[in-house]
Write a protein that binds this ligand. Structure first.
Ligand SMILES: Cc1cc2nc3c(=O)[nH]c(=O)nc-3n(C[C@H](O)[C@H](O)[C@H](O)COP(=O)(O)O)c2cc1C
Length: 251
């Protein structure tokens, strides 16, 4: 057995500074094909990938995201839940189909399909020597992203991904993950709050020393600090409304 894929995946870290070196078309195609190889729920293939190399499109998306690496990268992908092509299939069944696209189950189906495609592409890109960073920041203004990319009904932009050769001085390293014991439950869920809290306390120390080391003491926050700071402010409260407008989660 080879540990090749295991080692590749464990080396992952997000890259946010790239060389000014566009991806060749054949690499873009290879990445999308790797994404297409992913399993999809019921073979529905409810996703599309928008590839972006046009600087004006990138600039507009950067206004939504606020993150410079939306422009400065080798290539930009936007991942879209896509039931549009399904909506074109059968005029007579259109009503039933539209009702189905609007179900909560099919929103999950589309989101899962998109995530699996994207992660296949991410791993393949890293294997090809590229760095990647996902861009949930595009959901800062879904309506604007839909407008920029001319997305039809029954589609929804979930996130982007910037890809490119890491800048020479890019020195990211793999961030420590929660310990195996914290995320793996054998046969049934472990509810023991003391056990969870003890694991989190230890992990907080690991994360704090990781930041301490990487920033020469400038940053020492724990994982719990990060989670609490992030989750105690309400995020993107327009999502349900935007999903409704795109034909998802019928009211
Ligand atoms: C769906 C998704 C959306 C993300 N959105 C952003 C983003 O908008 N900007 C960013 O800098 N990083 C983004 N990230 C990257 C995460 O911050 C990163 O994966 C996490 O901190 C773990 O770090 P690592 O990828 O280096 O291991 C996103 C990750 C995922 C999975």
């Amino acid at each position: 057995m080879s540990d090749y894929v295991y080692n590749l995946l464990n080396k992952h870290h997000s890259v946010r500074r790239f060389k000014d070196q566009p991806l060749p078309d054949e690499d873009v195609k290879k990445l999308v094909e790797a994404g297409q190889a992913a399993s999809t729920s019921s073979y529905l293939q409810t996703y599309s990938v928008i590839g972006i190399d046009d600087i004006e499109v990138k600039d507009s998306l950067k206004e939504v995201s606020g993150q410079p690496y939306v422009v400065k990268n080798g290539y930009l992908f936007v991942f879209v839940i896509d039931f549009y092509r399904h909506s074109l299939m059968d005029k007579e069944k259109r009503e039933e189909l539209q009702e189905s696209f609007g179900s909560t189950e099919n929103l999950l189906v589309g989101s899962i399909d998109v995530a699996l495609v994207a992660q296949n592409m991410a791993a393949t890109a890293e294997d090809m020597g590229y760095g990647i960073v996902y861009l949930g920041s595009l959901r800062n203004d879904v309506a604007r992203v839909k407008e920029i990319l001319d997305l039809p009904d029954y589609t929804f932009p979930l996130f982007g991904m910037a890809v490119g050769r890491p800048a020479d001085d890019e020195q990211g390293t793999a961030k420590p993950r929660l310990p195996f014991e914290a995320v793996f439950h054998k046969n049934k869920y472990i509810h023991d709050a003391d056990q969870h809290q003890a694991l989190i306390r230890d992990y907080d120390q690991v994360v704090s020393s990781y930041y301490d080391q990487r920033t020469n003491g400038e940053r020492t926050e724990t994982w719990s600090n990060q989670v609490i700071n992030f989750m105690s402010t309400k995020q993107r409260l327009d999502m349900l409304d935007e999903l409704n407008k795109s034909g998802f989660i019928h009211k």
